[in-house]
Design a protein around this ligand. Sequence first.
Ligand SMILES: [Zn+2]
Ligand SMILES: [Zn+2]
Length: 159
Amino acid sequence: MVFGTGVLRLPTSGSVLKPHDETAHKATMKQIFFMGLGLMVPLVLLAGILYAVWHAARSLYDDWRLGRELVELRADARLRREQRREENARRLDNGCDHDFTTRQLNFPPHVCPHCGMAQEKPAGDCDHVWRRGDEDYASSICTKCGKTYRPSDAEHLSR
Ligand SMILES: [Zn+2]
Ligand SMILES: [Zn+2]
């Protein structure tokens, strides 16, 4: 017996691809183009808005940060000033009733005539303590580093 009658045949796909219609194809392309354009416009607008918002936020943030840095800097400066003042007060605490207003002719300006210390710590390594020079009264000498100060020289230099 032959069972050839019932040979199973795979169903051939019925949808045969039709050759593309040129005009239909063009129309589709056009549609895609305009659809793309229609999508692009809001996208570009959205990007623009997002950029503007980002930019504004960024400059606001920068302003805020700058302001905060300024406040911190001011606080830092105030703290340093305060520390310097305290340090100076400790430095000048030597039991002398300082007088920084009376100018001794042979001392540098703002030096106490009683103890020879300057009102503010001078620049440099030595916190000079001045005393009257030995050889002539028109000069002073630092008891710590031996530096000589002559008001006439200083006035000459500042001129
Ligand atoms: Zn003094
Ligand atoms: Zn000195």
